[in-house]
Write a protein that binds this ligand. Structure first.
Ligand code: UGA
Length: 437
């Protein structure tokens, strides 16, 4: 099929590459000429395992190209809207200006029977409003909402083989036409019997935010248990294992630690709360404010634990911070708990040296005041405390015996509860986990 993807950020670049990998003829469009130039050379503007390879092979096959000109979307049957919906500067609500601009700029190039497909995460009610805009244009095109559930670090795999497909479509013939086109787009996933939910716009929009709200709630739930464990002497990791054996609960997303970050979970729960308030049902998701608060408290807890573990005033101490990205296998530092902890410790006067396999450049852009090192040993050398805040494999695999010879004081704060506490203690370390004795 001929496909256009409007917006080539994280979501759009991956989607465009994955659609071309599936055999479609794809043009990716973005207003950022620097981004388009890099993508055209097969160089992603962010770190995502496997993406460069898929981009290069799709470009070489002739099935994928990039452009800054929206007119190049003309002739495609399906147009994906994949622009960002960041948090507004002055409120918790989502900023829809990029979505609106994308649809407005696309409208003149739409033809009879074309399908515009929303992928961006939007407040419920947005699709209905955009559908009116498209209908009013008189092009004969229609709209579907098809939320994306990809995880950073697994983005290509999640897009090519999603665990479910959700289509929000209008009623009647228009809806059937939209479903048929989307089934053609996702033919390989449909053939693999991927669960499919065909529904209305509002449900499709809500599925996305409900999924992220649920995941955020699960993480904050276990982090709340960690807070109780901290005042009662219990071990939250064993608690998570024990409740996780109940299939109804499940062990995934029950890792207590410094909490969630990234470009999705934090802003999505805030936007959801703001939208519910607009709809007069703020109380229904008021608990998400508590989820947010628990999450942010965990960053503070890691900072407090580190400061109190130092055998000297914080402004005379060197702290080694391991990790800056919001999770491993990503260079994304948006709302990253790890970067936040580093910044807070620096703000308290500590000499902070931070390292990360991928996220130093992005961190430096936001926080040039921090000291960064690409050398793990240099980061650790002479430290009065080591703080692990992103569970990259290279940090998890550190040898406590060897690292003890580098630092000044063998104290480690495991902000992800990911290290073998007994092995670190046996090597002479003061090991401090979250929600663990
Ligand atoms: C999340 C969702 O998992 C995806 O399904 C969704 O498509 C995506 O947002 C999106 O809306 O685009 P992502 O932001 O890539 O994906 O990250 P997650 O893997 O969900 O992790 C989010 C944060 O939670 C990370 O900071 C991670 O360290 C933290 N986390 C995760 C925990 O603290 N504990 C856990 O047990 C699991």
């Amino acid at each position: 099929m001929k496909i256009s993807v409007i917006g080539c950020g994280y979501l759009g670049a991956v989607h465009a590459a994955a659609m071309a990998k599936l055999g479609h003829d794809v043009v990716g469009i973005d207003v950022d000429s620097g981004k388009i130039a890099r993508l055209s050379e097969g160089r992603p503007v962010f770190f995502e395992p496997g993406l460069a390879e898929v981009l290069i092979s799709a470009i070489e096959s002739g099935r994928l190209r990039f452009s800054t000109d929206i007119a190049d979307a003309a002739g495609a049957q399906v147009h994906f809207i994949a622009v960002g919906t960041p948090q507004k500067r002055d409120s918790h609500a989502a900023d829809l200006r990029y979505v609106d601009a994308a649809v407005q700029s696309l409208v003149p190039y739409l033809a009879e029977g074309d399908l515009v497909v929303g992928k961006s995460t939007v407040p419920v009610g947005t699709a209905a409003r955009l559908a009116e805009m498209i209908t009013a244009s008189g092009s004969g095109a229609s709209l579907a909402w098809n939320p994306e559930f990809l995880r950073e670090g697994f983005a290509v795999k999640d897009t090519v083989s999603p665990d479910r497909l959700v289509y929000g479509v209008p009623a009647g013939d228009e809806g059937e036409h939209a479903t048929a086109l989307l089934n053609e787009v996702y033919a390989s996933a449909i053939a693999a019997e991927t669960p499919l939910v065909v529904t209305d716009y509002a449900t499709a929009e809500l599925v996305k935010v409900a999924a992220n709200a649920f995941l955020a709630t699960k993480i904050s739930f276990i982090n709340a248990m960690a807070e109780i464990a901290e005042v009662s002497g219990a071990d939250v990791t064993q608690l998570a294992d024990a409740i996780g054996f109940d299939n109804r609960i499940g062990r995934r997303f029950l890792n207590a630690g410094v909490g969630f970050g990234g470009g999705c979970l934090p802003k999505d729960i805030r936007a959801f709360t703001a939208r519910a308030e607009e709809l007069g049902r703020g109380e229904s998701v008021a608990f998400l404010k508590e989820i947010d608060a628990i999450n942010l408290r965990r960053r503070q807890r890691v900072v407090d634990l580190t400061v109190s573990s130092l055998g000297r005033p914080v402004h005379t101490a060197k702290v080694a911070v391991l990790g800056l990205s919001f999770k491993p296998h990503s260079d994304d530092v948006r709302d990253s708990p790890a970067l936040d902890v580093a910044v807070q410790l620096r703000g308290l006067g500590a000499e902070v040296v931070a390292t990360d396999p991928q996220a130093i450049e992005n961190s430096r852009l936001r926080h040039p005041q921090l000291t960064y090192s690409t050398d793990l040993d240099e980061t650790l050398r002479g430290a009065d405390a080591v703080v692990l805040v992103t569970e990259w494999p290279e940090f998890r695999e550190l040898d406590p015996v060897r690292v003890a010879t580098l630092v000044r004081t063998p104290t480690i704060v495991d902000g992800r509860n990911t290290l073998d506490a007994s092995a670190w203690r046996a090597a002479g370390w003061t090991y401090l986990g979250l929600g663990r004795p």
